[in-house]
Design a binder for this molecule. Structure first.
Ligand code: GLP
Length: 249
Protein backbone atom coordinates (compact mmCIF):
# COMPACT_ATOMS: atom_id res chain seq x y z
CA UNK A 1 0.00 0.00 0.00
CA UNK A 2 1.23 3.45 -0.84
CA UNK A 3 0.28 6.51 1.17
CA UNK A 4 -0.09 10.07 0.03
CA UNK A 5 -0.51 12.18 3.15
CA UNK A 6 -2.26 15.49 2.57
CA UNK A 7 -3.20 18.43 4.75
CA UNK A 8 -6.96 18.47 4.55
CA UNK A 9 -10.11 17.48 2.64
CA UNK A 10 -9.51 20.02 -0.08
CA UNK A 11 -5.99 18.80 -0.79
CA UNK A 12 -7.16 15.17 -0.70
CA UNK A 13 -9.79 15.99 -3.31
CA UNK A 14 -7.37 17.82 -5.59
CA UNK A 15 -4.64 15.16 -5.35
CA UNK A 16 -7.22 12.45 -6.07
CA UNK A 17 -8.57 14.44 -9.03
CA UNK A 18 -5.06 14.90 -10.46
CA UNK A 19 -4.45 11.17 -10.04
CA UNK A 20 -7.66 10.27 -11.88
CA UNK A 21 -7.15 12.90 -14.55
CA UNK A 22 -3.70 11.55 -15.39
CA UNK A 23 -5.42 8.24 -16.25
CA UNK A 24 -8.32 9.86 -18.09
CA UNK A 25 -5.92 11.89 -20.22
CA UNK A 26 -3.53 9.08 -21.09
CA UNK A 27 -5.90 6.14 -21.67
CA UNK A 28 -7.72 5.36 -24.90
CA UNK A 29 -10.29 3.35 -23.04
CA UNK A 30 -10.73 3.56 -19.26
CA UNK A 31 -13.10 1.83 -16.86
CA UNK A 32 -13.46 3.59 -13.53
CA UNK A 33 -15.01 2.23 -10.36
CA UNK A 34 -16.79 5.06 -8.56
CA UNK A 35 -17.90 5.60 -4.99
CA UNK A 36 -20.51 7.77 -3.30
CA UNK A 37 -20.72 9.28 0.18
CA UNK A 38 -19.31 12.54 1.46
CA UNK A 39 -15.68 11.64 0.80
CA UNK A 40 -15.51 11.73 -3.01
CA UNK A 41 -17.70 14.83 -3.44
CA UNK A 42 -14.69 17.17 -3.50
CA UNK A 43 -12.95 14.90 -6.00
CA UNK A 44 -15.99 15.09 -8.29
CA UNK A 45 -16.14 18.88 -7.88
CA UNK A 46 -12.48 19.12 -8.94
CA UNK A 47 -13.16 16.91 -11.99
CA UNK A 48 -16.09 19.11 -12.99
CA UNK A 49 -14.00 22.26 -12.62
CA UNK A 50 -11.25 20.72 -14.75
CA UNK A 51 -13.79 19.67 -17.37
CA UNK A 52 -15.03 23.23 -17.63
CA UNK A 53 -11.61 24.84 -17.59
CA UNK A 54 -9.51 22.33 -19.54
CA UNK A 55 -12.19 20.49 -21.51
CA UNK A 56 -10.93 17.07 -20.41
CA UNK A 57 -13.20 14.60 -22.17
CA UNK A 58 -14.79 11.45 -20.75
CA UNK A 59 -16.10 10.11 -24.05
CA UNK A 60 -13.76 7.13 -23.77
CA UNK A 61 -14.53 6.49 -20.09
CA UNK A 62 -16.93 3.95 -18.62
CA UNK A 63 -17.86 3.65 -14.99
CA UNK A 64 -19.24 1.16 -12.50
CA UNK A 65 -20.51 2.34 -9.15
CA UNK A 66 -19.94 0.33 -6.03
CA UNK A 67 -23.39 0.19 -4.57
CA UNK A 68 -27.01 1.28 -4.38
CA UNK A 69 -29.77 1.24 -1.78
CA UNK A 70 -32.45 -1.39 -2.26
CA UNK A 71 -35.93 0.01 -2.70
CA UNK A 72 -34.96 3.48 -3.95
CA UNK A 73 -35.59 4.28 -7.59
CA UNK A 74 -32.80 5.92 -9.59
CA UNK A 75 -34.55 9.28 -9.35
CA UNK A 76 -35.00 9.22 -5.57
CA UNK A 77 -32.94 12.11 -4.15
CA UNK A 78 -31.11 9.74 -1.79
CA UNK A 79 -30.34 7.08 -4.37
CA UNK A 80 -26.71 6.76 -5.40
CA UNK A 81 -27.86 6.93 -8.99
CA UNK A 82 -29.23 10.42 -8.34
CA UNK A 83 -26.08 11.33 -6.37
CA UNK A 84 -23.85 10.41 -9.32
CA UNK A 85 -26.02 12.30 -11.79
CA UNK A 86 -26.06 15.45 -9.66
CA UNK A 87 -22.49 15.35 -8.36
CA UNK A 88 -20.68 14.28 -11.51
CA UNK A 89 -22.30 12.77 -14.58
CA UNK A 90 -24.51 15.63 -15.71
CA UNK A 91 -21.60 18.08 -15.51
CA UNK A 92 -19.13 16.15 -17.70
CA UNK A 93 -19.35 14.53 -21.13
CA UNK A 94 -19.42 10.88 -20.03
CA UNK A 95 -22.10 9.05 -22.02
CA UNK A 96 -24.94 7.77 -19.89
CA UNK A 97 -24.85 4.42 -21.70
CA UNK A 98 -21.32 4.02 -20.30
CA UNK A 99 -22.27 4.63 -16.66
CA UNK A 100 -23.37 1.66 -14.59
CA UNK A 101 -24.96 1.55 -11.15
CA UNK A 102 -26.67 -1.53 -9.74
CA UNK A 103 -30.44 -1.13 -9.63
CA UNK A 104 -31.98 -1.29 -6.19
CA UNK A 105 -35.39 -1.68 -7.79
CA UNK A 106 -34.62 -4.64 -10.06
CA UNK A 107 -37.45 -7.21 -9.94
CA UNK A 108 -34.91 -10.01 -9.51
CA UNK A 109 -32.12 -8.67 -7.33
CA UNK A 110 -30.05 -11.88 -7.38
CA UNK A 111 -30.06 -11.75 -11.15
CA UNK A 112 -29.10 -8.06 -11.03
CA UNK A 113 -26.06 -8.98 -8.90
CA UNK A 114 -24.91 -11.73 -11.28
CA UNK A 115 -25.37 -9.53 -14.33
CA UNK A 116 -23.44 -6.66 -12.72
CA UNK A 117 -20.31 -8.78 -12.22
CA UNK A 118 -20.66 -10.21 -15.73
CA UNK A 119 -20.89 -6.71 -17.15
CA UNK A 120 -17.76 -5.58 -15.29
CA UNK A 121 -15.94 -8.61 -16.69
CA UNK A 122 -17.20 -7.83 -20.19
CA UNK A 123 -15.49 -4.42 -19.94
CA UNK A 124 -12.22 -6.18 -19.10
CA UNK A 125 -12.51 -5.33 -15.39
CA UNK A 126 -12.12 -2.03 -13.57
CA UNK A 127 -8.90 -0.13 -14.25
CA UNK A 128 -9.09 2.23 -11.28
CA UNK A 129 -11.48 1.84 -8.36
CA UNK A 130 -12.14 4.82 -6.09
CA UNK A 131 -13.08 3.84 -2.53
CA UNK A 132 -14.14 5.59 0.63
CA UNK A 133 -14.10 3.75 3.93
CA UNK A 134 -16.87 3.35 6.49
CA UNK A 135 -15.98 3.98 10.13
CA UNK A 136 -16.44 0.23 10.74
CA UNK A 137 -14.11 -0.62 7.85
CA UNK A 138 -16.77 -1.22 5.23
CA UNK A 139 -15.89 -0.70 1.59
CA UNK A 140 -18.79 -0.28 -0.81
CA UNK A 141 -21.50 -1.62 1.48
CA UNK A 142 -19.51 -4.69 2.49
CA UNK A 143 -20.13 -4.71 6.21
CA UNK A 144 -17.94 -6.49 8.79
CA UNK A 145 -18.33 -10.26 8.40
CA UNK A 146 -18.66 -10.18 4.61
CA UNK A 147 -16.76 -13.00 2.93
CA UNK A 148 -13.60 -11.98 1.15
CA UNK A 149 -14.83 -14.23 -1.68
CA UNK A 150 -18.06 -12.29 -2.19
CA UNK A 151 -19.15 -11.08 -5.60
CA UNK A 152 -21.86 -8.42 -6.07
CA UNK A 153 -24.50 -9.25 -3.49
CA UNK A 154 -27.31 -8.01 -1.29
CA UNK A 155 -26.46 -6.84 2.22
CA UNK A 156 -28.25 -5.84 5.35
CA UNK A 157 -26.69 -2.59 6.54
CA UNK A 158 -25.05 -2.43 9.95
CA UNK A 159 -26.71 -0.24 12.58
CA UNK A 160 -23.61 2.01 12.60
CA UNK A 161 -23.95 2.51 8.83
CA UNK A 162 -27.65 3.37 9.12
CA UNK A 163 -26.71 5.93 11.77
CA UNK A 164 -23.82 7.34 9.75
CA UNK A 165 -25.96 7.71 6.62
CA UNK A 166 -29.06 9.04 8.42
CA UNK A 167 -27.66 12.55 7.94
CA UNK A 168 -28.73 12.41 4.32
CA UNK A 169 -32.32 11.42 5.17
CA UNK A 170 -35.07 13.10 7.19
CA UNK A 171 -34.77 10.43 9.86
CA UNK A 172 -32.93 7.17 10.48
CA UNK A 173 -36.18 5.27 9.84
CA UNK A 174 -36.03 6.37 6.22
CA UNK A 175 -32.57 4.93 5.56
CA UNK A 176 -33.04 1.73 3.53
CA UNK A 177 -31.98 -1.29 5.56
CA UNK A 178 -30.58 -3.21 2.59
CA UNK A 179 -28.29 -2.45 -0.30
CA UNK A 180 -26.75 -4.08 -3.33
CA UNK A 181 -22.98 -3.82 -3.40
CA UNK A 182 -20.03 -4.99 -5.41
CA UNK A 183 -18.44 -7.71 -3.30
CA UNK A 184 -14.97 -7.85 -1.83
CA UNK A 185 -13.80 -10.18 -4.60
CA UNK A 186 -15.32 -7.86 -7.24
CA UNK A 187 -13.43 -4.90 -5.74
CA UNK A 188 -10.17 -6.84 -5.40
CA UNK A 189 -10.26 -7.71 -9.12
CA UNK A 190 -9.75 -4.00 -9.93
CA UNK A 191 -6.32 -3.39 -11.41
CA UNK A 192 -5.73 -0.39 -9.18
CA UNK A 193 -7.44 1.06 -6.10
CA UNK A 194 -7.49 4.60 -4.74
CA UNK A 195 -8.79 4.86 -1.19
CA UNK A 196 -9.71 8.29 0.14
CA UNK A 197 -10.11 9.21 3.80
CA UNK A 198 -10.55 12.53 5.54
CA UNK A 199 -11.38 13.72 9.02
CA UNK A 200 -11.61 12.55 12.56
CA UNK A 201 -14.42 10.05 11.95
CA UNK A 202 -11.98 7.93 9.92
CA UNK A 203 -9.17 7.81 12.51
CA UNK A 204 -10.04 4.41 13.94
CA UNK A 205 -10.68 2.94 10.53
CA UNK A 206 -7.30 4.04 9.19
CA UNK A 207 -5.51 2.82 12.31
CA UNK A 208 -7.08 -0.62 11.92
CA UNK A 209 -6.40 -0.65 8.19
CA UNK A 210 -2.70 -0.01 8.72
CA UNK A 211 -2.01 -1.70 12.05
CA UNK A 212 -4.70 -4.36 12.35
CA UNK A 213 -4.90 -7.94 11.12
CA UNK A 214 -6.36 -8.91 7.78
CA UNK A 215 -9.80 -10.08 8.81
CA UNK A 216 -13.33 -10.31 7.46
CA UNK A 217 -14.34 -8.41 10.58
CA UNK A 218 -12.73 -5.36 9.03
CA UNK A 219 -13.47 -5.57 5.29
CA UNK A 220 -11.00 -2.88 4.16
CA UNK A 221 -8.13 -4.91 5.66
CA UNK A 222 -8.17 -7.08 2.51
CA UNK A 223 -6.67 -4.13 0.64
CA UNK A 224 -3.34 -5.02 2.27
CA UNK A 225 -3.33 -8.03 -0.10
CA UNK A 226 -3.89 -5.98 -3.25
CA UNK A 227 -0.79 -5.21 -5.31
CA UNK A 228 -1.70 -1.66 -6.30
CA UNK A 229 -3.46 0.41 -3.65
CA UNK A 230 -2.87 4.11 -3.01
CA UNK A 231 -4.36 5.72 0.08
CA UNK A 232 -4.85 9.47 0.00
CA UNK A 233 -5.59 10.58 3.54
CA UNK A 234 -5.45 13.83 5.44
CA UNK A 235 -3.60 14.62 8.65
CA UNK A 236 -6.71 14.36 10.79
CA UNK A 237 -7.65 10.92 9.46
CA UNK A 238 -4.07 9.71 10.00
CA UNK A 239 -3.68 11.16 13.48
CA UNK A 240 -3.91 7.79 15.27
CA UNK A 241 -1.77 5.80 12.86
CA UNK A 242 1.66 4.98 14.22
CA UNK A 243 4.42 3.99 11.83
CA UNK A 244 3.14 5.62 8.67
CA UNK A 245 6.10 4.09 6.87
CA UNK A 246 4.20 0.79 7.08
CA UNK A 247 1.93 2.16 4.41
CA UNK A 248 4.70 2.80 1.94
CA UNK A 249 5.94 -0.76 1.61
C1 GLP B 1 -21.21 4.71 2.57
C2 GLP B 1 -20.95 4.11 1.17
C3 GLP B 1 -19.49 3.82 0.97
C4 GLP B 1 -18.71 5.01 1.52
C5 GLP B 1 -18.79 5.02 3.01
C6 GLP B 1 -18.21 6.25 3.65
O1 GLP B 1 -22.16 4.01 3.29
N1 GLP B 1 -21.69 2.93 0.85
O2 GLP B 1 -19.23 3.58 -0.40
O3 GLP B 1 -17.36 4.90 1.15
O4 GLP B 1 -20.11 4.77 3.45
O5 GLP B 1 -19.04 7.35 3.48
P1 GLP B 1 -18.54 8.83 3.68
O6 GLP B 1 -17.61 9.10 2.56
O7 GLP B 1 -19.79 9.68 3.61
O8 GLP B 1 -17.87 8.90 4.99
Amino acid sequence: MKLIEVKDYQEMSQVAADYLLSKVKTSQDLTLGLATGGTPKGLYEALILDHHENKTSYQHVSSFNLDEYIGLSGTHPNSYSHYMEENLFKHIDIESKNTNIPSGKAPDLEHECEEYDKKIDSYGGIDLQVLGIGSNGHIGFNEPGTSFDSNTHIVELAQSTLKANARYFDSIDEVPTHAITMGIASIMKSKEILLLASGQSKQNALKTLVEGDISENFPASILNRHANVTVIADEEALAMVKGLELLNR
